[in-house]
Design a protein around this ligand. Structure first.
Ligand code: NDP
Length: 503
């Protein structure tokens, strides 16, 4: 294992060299202040607005981005990744004289080809594993934080030494920095965001939903699983003592129980899904998809955010945070108050639990089924009949044909409880829909219970929410699966008509 520290880095290498921090946001402000406090010569490149104002208040010389690029020897690119390619090509490249260095805080744009620096410069990576506020606070406290460093282009022969010196300047070599390629940094970052994080999130929501459906009090479930802060504390201990080492802090009952039962959760499918995600990242498929999504104004991101915000858990968490406001433990209050949204609304003193349970009843599991019983569950025979009508109407639907224009998409639906399956294919304006499996592998495969499908297509269950809460699982192309949301109203109409003829 190779980790670089203060003694491996030479700040002298940067003496007399002008550093321009481009962007004065989260990372920009923190890194500019740290570099200056380490004795280096720093100016800020930013357009004229409140960020520039802030930099001036912090006593930095502020120049327009192109002027900063012209004056500086080292350029730290600390603007959002989405805007960086355009700014780089228009305002920075024309001023990149031979032997200058461009420094990135993430490998993303270079690794996926959105930025191609000219060959006569050093291309350096200094990517803190820490949010901007932490970069500054830890530096001021005399402590460090880890970073990844690297060099994609070494024109001067000193690119790695420059990366190490800058890492020292921001205070990172106090803890230790690790060398990676730009691609490795970007891929690891995206893997955490797209595979590890969501998998973990779904473990959490699966546990919450299961326990609520089994009748445990919501406030006890949320506290037990994560909202007491105990779990966050344990994660800290895992970082400190190791996954196995920290188990010594728990009781013998806990140790025996978690190790003997843990084997049950070694699920090969989890690895397969992670691999699927990693392949999308490595091949550049995700980066291309995200670029196109942004080009279109990010409609899918908006829809996903809205669906996530409407999950009942979001409201439950908020109510529990407010209800715990007067909790006696200062440490607990601190953790709860750090959560986004805490303390933004008056704390209800009574009735929160009742309302929460009602809400959950409306949206989750068994109680929902009871509440919605008047709609009547369909028998297997009825469901088959409904679906037969539904798919035959779908083939004729002008709305679905319009959706299919310019598309090549087949969706395969599986109802696991009844063993029924059907598909809908959209092939450049033609719709083919039948009971049974599709003639060739589908781009999207959705699997759920008949009751959830019935709820979704009769408008009782929000389709996006069913996705996000794990009531419906899917494999295949995520973006295509989400695009079906566009015809959700049309599907509902067709399905309800088909249902009415049977029930
Ligand atoms: P911020 O969103 O905080 O950046 C804001 C800065 O970017 C402001 O100075 C803003 O100035 C400028 N900016 C925004 N839009 C434009 C534009 N269109 N043209 C020119 N300047 C613009 O970014 P972060 O600090 O979060 O991220 C910077 C880099 O650091 C990214 O590469 C990111 O991946 C990386 N990083 C971020 C971490 C984090 O914790 N946030 C952690 C590790 C790495 P103005 O609006 O005035 O133009």
């Amino acid at each position: 294992m190779q980790v670089f520290h203060d003694e491996d880095a030479n700040l002298g290498l940067l003496e007399g060299r002008q550093i321009a921090v481009i962007g004065y946001g989260n990372q920009g402000r923190a890194q500019a202040l740290n570099l200056r406090d380490s004795g280096l010569q720093v100016l800020v490149g930013n357009q004229e607005d409140e960020y520039a104002e802030r930099a001036r208040e912090d006593r930095f010389r502020v120049l327009p981005i192109d002027a900063a690029a012209a004056e500086a020897d080292l350029l730290m690119m600390l603007i959002p990744d989405e805007v960086a390619p355009e700014i780089f090509d228009r305002q920075i490249v024309p001023h990149l004289g031979d032997g200058k260095a461009v420094v990135f805080a993430t490998g993303y744009n270079v690794a996926f080809g959105f930025i191609t620096p000219p060959p006569s410069v050093d291309v350096v990576l200094v990517a803190p594993r820490m949010i901007g506020a932490g970069v500054r606070d830890l530096y001021v406290a005399g402590r460090g934080f880890p970073s990844f460093i690297g060099a994609a282009q070494d024109y001067t022969g000193k690119a790695k030494a420059i990366a190490l010196a800058l890492a020292k300047g921001i205070g990172s070599t106090r803890t230790g920095v690790v060398e990676v390629t730009f691609a490795q940094e970007a891929e690891l970052d995206l893997f955490t965001e797209q595979c590890f994080g969501p998998a973990f999130g779904h473990v959490l929501t699966t546990a919450v939903n299961l326990l609520l459906e089994e009748g445990y009090p919501p406030e006890a479930v949320l506290l037990e699983l994560y909202m007491s802060g105990e779990f966050a504390y344990t994660l800290g201990k895992i970082a400190e003592l190791g996954l196995v080492g920290q188990s010594a802090l728990h009781s013998r009952t806990s140790q025996y129980g978690s190790m003997s039962r843990g084997i049950r959760f070694i699920l090969p499918e989890l690895r397969l899904k992670m691999m699927e995600g990693l392949e999308e990242i490595r091949s550049g498929k995700f980066a291309r998809e995200w670029a196109a999504e942004q080009e279109a104004g990010a409609p899918t991101l908006e829809a996903l955010r809205e669906a996530a915000q409407s999950l009942p858990l979001v409201q439950l968490e908020q109510e529990l945070r407010q209800a715990l406001r007067d909790a006696p433990t200062a440490a607990r209050m601190e953790i709860l108050n750090q959560a986004p949204g805490a303390g933004t609304q008056p704390a209800p003193r009574s009735g929160w639990l009742g309302r929460s349970v009602d809400r959950l009843r409306r949206s989750l599991g068994r109680s929902e089924r009871e509440a919605e019983a008047h709609l009547g569950a369909l028998t297997e025979r009825q469901m088959e009949e409904v679906l037969r009508n539904f798919v035959s109407q779908a083939e004729e639907s002008a709305a679905l044909q319009a959706f299919g224009q310019g598309r090549e998409l087949t969706t395969h639906y599986l109802l696991r409880d009844l063993g029924l399956e059907f598909y809908m294919g959209f092939h450049d304006g033609k719709v083919s829909a039948k009971l049974g499996p599709p003639p060739s592998p589908a781009e999207v495969r959705l699997e759920t219970e008949s009751e959830v499908l019935d709820g979704m297509f009769t408008g009782r269950i929000n389709a996006m929410r069913a996705f996000m809460s794990g009531k419906m699982s899917f494999s295949g192309e995520a973006k295509l699966a989400i695009s079906i949301q566009q015809i959700q109203d049309d599907l509902c109409k067709l399905y309800t008509e088909a249902r009415d003829t049977v029930v």
